[in-house]
Design a binder for this molecule. Structure first.
Ligand code: CP
Ligand code: NVA
Length: 301
């Protein structure tokens, strides 16, 4: 493992090893106090962030490393100088690059032209750190994560893609329920279905919310992702039947609710579900740090 650009580049064994290491770091953080001793990580964000920025910064500190935040929120990388020069220069000083970009190709360029590991902190295509934290969370709730039935409802997006690859690699069952025209990327779906089949899992796509019945956890995300200029009124009209509310949770019979956050209460999910019993949102948020620390330790020590 040289980078973490997407979960699809991991083998099943690498994914399981990352989850196992994340649990070890979470249970015994003092054993990893020096894991990144003398290492510096540059973080650059073209888009806003709370969880990712804070969990990387504090997580790197807990591992004994140093983190430098480069604020790119007001402009895309590659404007002042080519991404290739940017990556090559940062590699002269830093031991790793964490990047949140609009286009996934920017992250690929950082990995191509830099000479240090690159970690995807969200692109238009993937959010692998979120996916790792989410499967860590599920594996804390269920003894055998391969038996979990996970349903994702709403807009097929970067988070959906990472969840699909993760579920597929782990051999779990995942159902993705989206309004017509808002399904995940077709190529990602086909790849994830192939990976699922190879690992005894199943990935089902549908627009029919009745298919949610019999799932352990219901996951949703914002209906409009960062960088998407869709009109909220139009999206609300189309997505209304896909809102996660008490009735939908009851229909699914799901014990748990999941969301990567930020959540928009009253839009994709009601307050009583996101703040209610069975909501795993803060466990997911905490696990961002432990999962990312496992990635950093694997890549850097
Ligand atoms: N879930 C997540 O990535 O949150 P932020 O956008 O706040 O980093
Ligand atoms: N799909 C969302 C995730 C935010 C963490 C976005 O890209 O804006």
């Amino acid at each position: 493992m040289n980078h973490l650009l997407s979960i699809k580049e991991l083998s099943q064994q690498q994914l399981i090893e990352l989850l196992t290491l994340a649990k070890k770091i979470k249970a015994n953080p003092s054993a990893y106090r020096q894991a990144l001793d003398g290492k510096s990580v540059v973080m650059l964000f073209e888009k806003p962030s709370l969880r990712t920025r804070v969990s990387f910064d504090i997580g790197i500190n807990k591992l004994g490393g140093h983190c430098l935040y480069l604020d790119q929120q007001n402009g895309a990388l590659g404007k002042r100088e080519p991404v290739s020069d940017f990556a090559a220069n940062i590699s002269c000083w830093a031991d790793a690059i964490v990047a949140r970009t609009f286009e996934h190709s920017t992250i690929e360029q950082l990995a191509e032209y830099g000479s240090v590991p690159v970690i995807n902190a969200l692109s238009d295509m993937y959010h692998p750190c979120q996916g790792l934290a989410d499967f860590l969370t599920l594996s804390e709730q269920f003894d055998d994560v391969s038996k979990v039935k996970l349903a994702y409802v709403g807009d097929g997006n970067n988070v959906t893609h990472s969840l699909m690859y993760g579920a597929a690699l782990l051999g779990a069952t995942m159902t993705v329920v989206c309004p017509q025209g808002h399904f995940p990327d077709g190529k990602v779906v086909l790849e994830a279905q192939e990976i699922a089949a190879a690992h005894g899992g199943q990935l089902i796509l549908t627009s029919d919310i009745e298919q949610l019945e019999g799932h352990d956890a219901i996951y949703t995300d914002t209906w409009i992702s960062m960088g998407d200029n869709a009109s909220l009124d139009e999206i609300k009209a189309k997505f209304d039947p896909y809102q996660v509310n008490k009735a939908l949770m009851g229909k699914a019979g799901a014990q748990y609710f999941m969301h990567c956050l930020p959540a928009y209460r009253g839009v994709e999910v009601t307050a009583e579900v996101v703040d209610g019993e069975g909501s795993l949102i803060l466990q997911q948020a905490e696990n961002r740090m432990h999962a990312q620390n496992a990635v950093l330790v694997t890549l850097l020590s």
